[in-house]
Design a protein around this ligand. Structure first.
Ligand code: UTP
Length: 461
């Protein structure tokens, strides 16, 4: 303990122990253990980032080469080959699913891991269960149940594991579901001092989805996946129920290009939409933050009238296990992003107070710059992207349920089936089990050859 305190003193973080004498032995032990895990060198690095250095000259931005959502001619032929290749990878067990669910979901304000949020328009099925159903459906389609790696963080790990166990892994084989936890890093006040959540607890926050790569390697799961012949990890986020982790086209394009890391994007139609776009900055592929893109680039349109910088990032990636292995062995150093927030912390007097502070995160898309080759596939937003981020308004449970039901209603229309009535928000009570159909073509394929209206209606009742 003396040694630990000394190290914190030397790092100018001795205040962490200022309530030590008020703590009972259990609380003292808790604080000692937590403090013992802090990487003080990293904290010093974070502290140095609070003082802005000289601003670098503005980078040159360029849009990425996009593989279009509606390929024509040779691209359509290439897409056909890619679908076949992707399906082979899925059938041969060379793909693993990587879900990131370690975030705090603070905007949604749901009491529990975001993956437990009941998103199903009819069944209230949780996000986790919905994703699981899609993975089960993919296993039925490709004849192979791929492993599912689920990243949690200290804040939601126990609750997530308990939920999966309670729900019997949503019908997936238990030995195909693997959890691992990302690292947590201390939040700092504006002077660079570690903030305290309680007198015996540091204010720790998950280190961002960029932490996935190290956490996967450190957990031993990356090695295990490679030993099992997994070549590609299909990465998606817990808050987007429309994500399609078993997408043969995307996996196939990525594989045929010999890419290390690839991305799906959706077209931004409004230049004012505050979403990061994929592009290169001084030749390095990555995600350009909305606020970093100069107005003339943001508003620029090509000869078809489409935005030049339209590749809206939806955080869906394919990553080669080999690429992740290489990166993490080389001491992956993704840049740190600072999020300034008001935080509830213990003040100097010992009372709780709200103070400005800074959280530090790395982002997965920064690894794109390290990939020797990369595919950027444009997909249709209404088919693949509707995240649950906010409690209300855009990107909320209501908007997501509406997008889900709009999509299912479209399948019903094509199948000439009656649609259920819509509520005041324009959403129908309509949900199609991913194990029944995952897309319009599959839905049509599952319909009886000459269905009577009654029979059709029964299918979704
Ligand atoms: P967001 O950036 O939307 O953050 O995460 P969030 O934590 O879910 O929500 P807010 O910002 O607190 O409201 C996008 C995805 O990345 C995961 C989240 O779980 C979500 O699937 N994520 C985010 C992590 O796994 N770890 C992190 O440290 C951050």
């Amino acid at each position: 303990m003396t040694d630990l305190r000394q190290r914190f003193q030397d790092a100018d973080q001795g205040h962490v122990f200022r309530f030590w004498n008020e703590l009972d032995p259990i609380a003292q032990k808790r604080l000692e253990e937590q403090a013992g895990q802090v990487d003080l060198e990293l904290v010093a690095l974070h502290r140095s980032l609070l003082t802005p250095g000289e601003s670098p000259s503005a980078p040159q931005f360029h849009p990425p080469q996009l593989f279009p959502a509606q390929p024509q001619d040779e691209l359509a032929e290439h897409a056909g080959r890619a679908r076949t290749r992707g399906a082979e990878l899925l059938e041969q067990g060379k793909v693993g699913y990587l879900l990131v669910a370690g975030g705090q979901g603070s905007r949604l304000g749901f009491d529990g891991p975001k993956g437990m949020y009941p998103v199903g328009p009819v069944t209230d099925i949780s996000l986790f269960a919905w994703h699981a159903a899609r993975l089960k459906a993919a296993a039925n389609r490709h004849g192979h149940q791929a492993p599912w790696y689920v990243m949690t963080s200290a804040t939601n790990d126990a609750a997530t594991r308990a939920f999966f166990a309670e729900q019997e892994y949503f019908g997936l084989p238990k030995d195909k579901v693997h959890f691992f936890s990302q690292a947590m890093v201390p939040a700092l006040d504006m002077e660079g001092r570690i903030m305290m959540a309680q007198k015996d607890q540091l204010f720790l926050a998950p280190n961002g989805h960029g932490g996935t790569l190290h956490a996967l390697a450190q957990s031993g799961l990356l090695r295990q996946a490679m030993n099992q012949g997994i070549e590609t990890l299909s990465y998606f986020q817990v808050d987007n129920p429309l994500a399609r982790p078993a997408c043969p086209l995307f996996l196939g394009l990525h594989s045929l290009a010999g890419a290390g890391m690839s991305s799906k994007v959706v077209a931004k139609t409004d230049p004012g939409e505050k979403v990061g776009v994929l592009g290169t900055a001084d030749g390095q592929l990555g995600c350009i933050e909305y606020s970093d893109l100069p107005a003339e680039s943001r508003d620029a349109r090509d000869e078809n009238g489409d935005l030049v910088f339209r590749a809206g990032n939806i955080a869906v990636h394919a990553l080669q296990t080999q690429f992740v292995d290489q990166l993490t062995r080389d001491g992956l150093d993704l840049p740190w992003h600072l999020a300034r927030k008001e935080m509830n912390v213990v003040g100097d007097s010992g009372a709780m107070e709200t103070r400005p502070g800074v959280k530090f995160e790395t982002f997965i898309f920064d690894a794109l710059a390290k990939s020797p080759a990369s595919v950027t596939l444009e997909v249709e937003r209404h088919l693949e992207f509707s995240p649950v981020k906010n409690a209300e308004g855009s990107d909320s449970p209501d908007s997501c349920r509406k997008h889900m039901t709009d999509l299912f209603a479209q399948w019903l229309r094509v199948a000439q089936m009656p649609e259920p009535e819509r509520d005041g928000l324009g959403a129908a009570r309509l949900e199609i089990d991913p194990c029944f159909a995952e897309n319009e073509t599959e839905f049509l394929g599952r319909m009886p050859a000459d269905p009577q209206a009654q029979e059709r209606g029964n299918l979704y009742r």
